[in-house]
Unconditional design. Structure first.
Ligand SMILES: *Cc1c(COP(=O)(O)O)cnc(C)c1O
Length: 531
């Protein structure tokens, strides 16, 4: 086999690099490629999907109650009168179908536990799943918002949060949320070219790239998590946020790739900083919050300063569904900042939103997000498709109705067993950390070598081996794809393995491959005279 010059790959960005890693790993036909680069989970919630499809069948039959004199295939709007009794009959007729049984329980849960009007809710679901009207209200369907608010409050560590105190905007996933938020912050002059924003690092790569785009050109101040503190942010780093020229702090919590949630001290420290800096905008992407034990979002601890982004993609195995929400308190720093803009800026924005209302200054930030998502002029067609909102509601109900949280525990056990399989084969003990979420793991080159065969070996590896080249060698020789931590702003040479995408035995194989490579380096090290 021709020897590959791995150094040619050192300059690539992490996602291009991934493609090259895949090519190299797949170039050996006799061997399986193990792509641990993908964050896309290989598990998914089936019961709420069964419920979705069963509801779809019921709703279609409801539609066909109208225009029944017409040829087959023509239906009308579902009829409100008698809807619940027809639904009860449907449930009673199909007790052998888990999705139908779930739907029956869901309606009772919505009525008895959430205190919502069951008839209005069912009508919203039936109309929604048929997708026969534009989403109205465009920000989110009315009762869908109530259900998802309850889910968000519970899962983000704010159980009992008053539904009246915040709003949701249903969007096409967490990444759409981020794109919308950045755009509206800019259009509304809340961030401008050259402004400073703080970013919690390491972080999901695109989030380092967005602020650098030509239309934003923001100055980034990195708030670096410390691996020696279990990837928490040191107080000295958080203190940077006291600088009044920093407009916003942007973070992923629990983090990606370290996969650790903010601990209580960090939450308290940020709350303290916000007391000194009541204008600071916190923008938090909490997609992994549902995998953490006792999770508490900044949305729970600093509700007035925080824009929360939550995505259903990971926890429900639903990346293809494109489901996410933006949550914002009604009393929030963004609306205050809009009120404090200069008269010239306000006049310019009056123009921007004048087609929507006669009092554009009263449009809240969250409704500006909705309008801006359709270039304002097309505001009347904004909003997440109604069938998507129905699936979002069913996912949320599935979580809330699971009193013992069996699904959540099953997923946590699944990723943690995969992690144990990897590190057992690598020959490293795992230290347990209550803040760790274990959706990803970072294999740190230096500390791994140190733990295996001591300081001399670790120093030699760091000095003689290029970390990117190591990842290419891993891909080439073992078929294992890890992404470089450096691409996510990790300062130490490391590889990120997603624990979500492969089977347990494959994680063991990854551990074994890494162990084999480490042993080869160790032999080289000894030959070179190292001890
Ligand atoms: C996977 C992931 C998401 C999910 O984004 P969607 O657009 O909802 O699929 C969001 N944020 C982070 C940090 C992620 O890793």
């Amino acid at each position: 086999m021709a020897k590959v010059d791995y150094s040619q790959f050192s300059k690539l960005s992490p996602f291009e690099l991934k493609d090259n890693l895949i090519n190299l790993a797949a170039s050996h036909r006799d061997r399986l490629m193990l792509n641990a680069g993908r964050g896309n989970p290989n598990f998914l919630a089936t019961l709420p999907r069964r419920a979705f499809f069963q509801l779809g069948l019921f709703a279609t039959a409801e539609s066909e109650l109208s225009f029944s004199f017409m040829p087959e295939g023509v239906g009308g709007y579902p009829r409100s009168d008698g809807l619940i009794s027809r639904f009860d009959t449907f449930i009673a007729q199909h007790t052998d179908r888990p999705g139908v049984v779930f739907l029956g329980k869901a309606l009772s849960y919505v009525r008895d536990q959430l205190g919502l009007d069951p008839h209005a809710f069912l009508l919203e679901m039936v109309e929604g799943i048929l997708g026969c009207n534009y989403p109205v209200p465009d920000r989110m369907l009315r009762l869908s918002e109530e259900v998802v608010k309850e889910y968000i409050a519970r899962e983000m560590g704010a159980p009992g949060m008053d539904h009246e105190s915040f709003d949701l905007f249903a969007v096409e996933g967490g990444t759409a949320a981020m794109a919308y938020i950045f755009n509206t912050l800019k259009q509304n002059k809340l961030i401008s070219k050259g402004d400073k924003i703080a970013i919690g690092a390491p972080i999901f790569t695109p989030y380092l790239e967005i602020p650098e785009l030509a239309e934003y050109q923001l100055e980034q101040v990195l708030i670096e998590a410390d691996p020696n503190l279990g990837w928490q942010y040191p107080l000295s780093e958080l203190k940077k946020l006291e600088d009044p020229s920093i407009k916003a702090f942007f973070l992923v919590n629990p983090s990606n790739p370290p996969s650790v949630k903010l601990n209580d001290e960090s939450l308290a420290a940020i709350a303290e900083i916000v007391r000194k800096r009541p204008d600071l905008i916190l923008l938090t992407d909490d997609v992994y919050g549902t995998f953490a034990d006792n999770f508490k979002s900044l949305f729970a601890s600093c509700p007035n300063n925080t824009i929360l982004v939550y995505s259903f993609s990971k926890y429900f195995g639903a990346t293809g569904w494109r489901l996410g929400v933006i949550a914002l308190s009604k009393d929030n720093v963004l609306d205050k900042a809009l009120g404090n803009l200069s008269d010239a800026d306000k006049t310019e924005l009056d123009e921007r939103y004048s087609t929507l209302t006669t009092e554009p200054r009263k449009i809240k930030f969250i409704d500006r997000l909705v309008a801006d998502s359709r270039a304002v002029a097309l505001n009347h067609t904004a909003g997440l498709s109604t069938p998507q909102q129905v699936q979002m509601v069913l996912f949320s109900l599935f979580n809330m109705m699971d009193a013992r949280q069996d699904y959540k525990e099953a997923l946590k056990t699944l990723v943690r067993r995969r992690e144990a399989a990897l590190y057992d084969q690598l020959g490293l003990p795992r230290e347990s950390d209550p803040n760790s979420v274990d959706y990803y793991t970072l294999v740190d080159m230096e500390s791994t070598c140190r733990k295996l065969w001591g300081d001399g070996f670790a120093d030699w590896v760091l000095k003689t081996q290029n970390p990117t080249e190591v990842l290419f060698r891993v891909a080439d020789e073992t078929g294992v794809i890890l992404l470089p931590g450096s691409g996510f702003g990790v300062l130490h040479p490391s590889g990120r393995a997603s624990l979500a995408n492969l089977q347990e035995y494959q994680y063991a194989a990854i551990g074994k491959s890494l162990r084999k490579l480490a042993e080869e380096y160790y032999e080289e090290f000894k030959k070179s005279g190292g001890k």
